[in-house]
Design a protein around this ligand. Structure first.
Ligand code: HPA
Ligand code: MG
Length: 225
């Protein structure tokens, strides 16, 4: 007989959003009027993002509690997730014997033009990460798309010889991923569609949207460069 496990795997794909899931109608939520017509649907409402983030903070706390960590926030798309995740870890640290002393460092990556990943990845603010040597590093990223970006970043961070590297990704797209790039902590696994909001952009637009939404074809045209 197959064994039934009630324990979540320590490395899970998070909440899985299937390809045939239509999302929520935009009429059910409020969002800025300047984006009317630019979106297809709400794929993850802001409140659900926050609830999932709270649980990821607990998982991180369970695994890393009492370790000093350096949080490496990947800008710009990861800023909101990183801020909310750090906030939740801080709240847990205040209310238990378990704590995680945290330092936060920011780096900036850029590889997307319109909705396409480009070959030239720029890493800014990461020239000298020698302070990561011997440290426990938590890389916090908003979305892992092709996985190429994360792989390049991981190699770069590894070259500074940290003691441990963990990756937290709010979203992972269901595309072919190299196994070295799957985050240790995943918020949601989503279909291979271009999403925006909660700091994720399309040519710098939509970062000022709370919910994670699917961009419409007319939205892509309007903000194309
Ligand atoms: N949205 C925003 N940024 C991204 C995406 C996406 O779907 N995939 C990779 N970077
Ligand atoms: Mg972007």
């Amino acid at each position: 007989m197959a064994e039934v496990s009630v324990r979540a795997e320590s490395k899970s794909e998070g909440i899985v959003i299937h390809d045939d899931w239509p999302g929520y109608s935009l009429d059910l939520f409020s969002y800025p009027a300047h984006y009317y017509g630019d979106l297809d649907c709400v794929i993850i409402p802001h409140g659900v993002i926050m609830d999932r983030t709270e649980r990821l903070a607990r998982n991180i706390m369970d695994d890393l509690g009492d370790h000093d960590i350096v949080v490496l926030c990947v800008l710009k798309g990861g800023y909101q997730f990183c801020a909310d995740l750090v906030d939740r870890i801080k709240a847990l640290s205040c209310n238990s014997d378990h704590t995680i002393p945290m330092r936060v460092h920011f780096i900036r990556l850029k590889s997307y033009l319109n909705d396409q990943s480009t070959e030239d990845l720029h890493i800014l603010g990461a020239e000298d990460l020698s302070f990561l040597s011997g440290k426990n590093v938590l890389i916090v990223e908003g979305i892992v798309g092709t996985g190429k970006t994360m792989k390049t970043l991981l190699k770069h961070v590894e070259s500074f010889r940290p003691k441990m590297i963990k990756i937290a990704g709010l979203l992972v797209k269901r595309v072919q991923l190299s196994p070295t790039c799957v985050p240790d902590y995943v918020g949601f696994e989503i279909p291979n569609r271009f999403v925006v909001g909660y700091a994720l952009d399309y040519n710098e637009y939509f970062r000022d949207l709370n919910h994670i939404c699917v961009i419409s074809e007319s939205g892509k045209k309007k903000y194309k460069i």
